[in-house]
Design a protein around this ligand. Structure first.
Ligand code: HEC
Length: 149
């Protein structure tokens, strides 16, 4: 038994040395969603609190994200989230991708699929009120209806 615990501790310590890339890419304002649409302050706050950690290059890593293997799971979510939708790189998306992203955003916010429920447990500010969800939806609807998408 002691031996098993010893090896668990050794492996746990060893994996802490496996690097996880937590460096955010610099923000290019001309591609940045909130700069492109001059997003109002209240909506920006909702996006930053609830979405940006996984869907932008402005990720703020929580303390628990520095400990392996949790750090790997966190980085996986971030990589995957950015792949689907990265607000920092909005300017590089063509119209079809933008339309699709807006549609999916409306759906996932409405269905409460986003922000990821597991994330909300550790980020109370991401636990959006009904009002905040409605504001976010209305904002994305207004962009959807904007011909200059
Ligand atoms: C903890 C990380 C995390 C947070 C926070 C988060 N997402 Fe996601 N998001 C993901 C991951 C991972 C995926 C891809 C897998 C999936 O759909 O579950 C995703 C997928 C998406 C998709 C694409 C869905 C599809 O089927 O194409 C949209 C749109 C989206 N998120 C919007 C949002 C919005 C809007 C917020 C904030 C209100 C948000 N997400 C917050 C991790 C996150």
């Amino acid at each position: 038994m002691k031996k098993i615990i010893f090896w668990i501790v050794i492996v746990f310590l060893a994996i802490q040395f496996i690097p996880v890339d937590k460096v955010n890419k610099p923000i290019d304002r001309k591609n940045n969603f909130v700069d492109i649409y001059k997003t109002p302050h209240n909506i920006k706050t909702i996006l930053k609190n609830a979405c940006y950690d996984c869907h932008s290059n402005e990720t703020i890593y929580p303390d628990y994200a520095h400990v392996a293997p949790i750090s790997w799971a966190v980085k996986d979510h971030i990589n995957e989230g950015r792949e689907y939708l990265n607000f920092s790189e909005w300017g590089t998306y063509n119209n079809d991708i933008r339309k699709n992203a807006i549609q999916k955003t409306l759906e996932t916010v409405r269905n409460k699929q986003m922000p990821l429920p597991s994330y909300i447990n550790y980020h109370p500010a991401a636990n959006l009120t009904t009002r905040q969800r409605t504001d976010l939806e209305n904002y994305f609807l207004s962009i959807q209806n904007n011909s200059a998408l």
